[in-house]
Design a protein around this ligand. Structure first.
Ligand code: FES
Length: 156
């Protein structure tokens, strides 16, 4: 059974207060739980459902609909690489190939040493400095094969 710390439960309660309806807080609450555990387990839906006093089917429906929620344990560092139009035009697909060849990292996958997981994203709002990616909470822009390699060196 997933057990949330008091601080995380307080954070969910605080998020809930920002919305007139509990359903508005489902996405941020799931994000908080995912941040805490790295992914959403079956239990996570139960926990959020109890915290927001909503049916589990509603919470699970949201969690399984959106691509930003993970359902498998992630690596220590999450790479979110944009391959939408601006990034694609400027070489994002080459970067996907690079991550596969250099790190054995497939979209949706995790390296065997659990150092990195990769998610392919739609636009992350950095089109002017494409191609771009997030590593955990850090934005990296104007990417090339070489710069990705240098950047990823910093994440152990
Ligand atoms: S298209 Fe990649 S950041 Fe917008």
């Amino acid at each position: 059974m997933t057990v949330l710390s008091e601080d995380v439960l307080k954070e969910i309660v605080s998020v809930r207060k920002k919305y007139p309806e509990a359903t508005g807080a489902v996405m941020p609450a799931l994000y908080i739980v995912q941040r805490e555990f790295g992914y959403l387990s079956f239990d996570a839906y139960e926990v959020v459902s109890n915290a927001l006093n909503l049916p589990r089917t509603i919470v699970k429906g949201v969690g399984t609909f959106y691509a930003m929620y993970r359902h498998e344990p992630a690596g220590r560092n999450l790479i979110q690489l944009c391959t939408n139009v601006s990034c694609m035009i400027l070489g994002a697909e080459r970067l996907v190939d690079f991550l596969k060849n250099k790190y054995g990292l497939e979209p949706g996958g995790t390296t065997t040493d659990k150092r990195f997981s990769l998610m392919i994203m739609e636009c992350i709002g950095a089109c002017g400095t494409a191609p771009a990616m997030l590593v955990n909470d850090d934005l990296h822009e104007n990417l090339s094969e070489k710069s990705i390699e240098d950047i990823l060196e910093k994440y152990k």
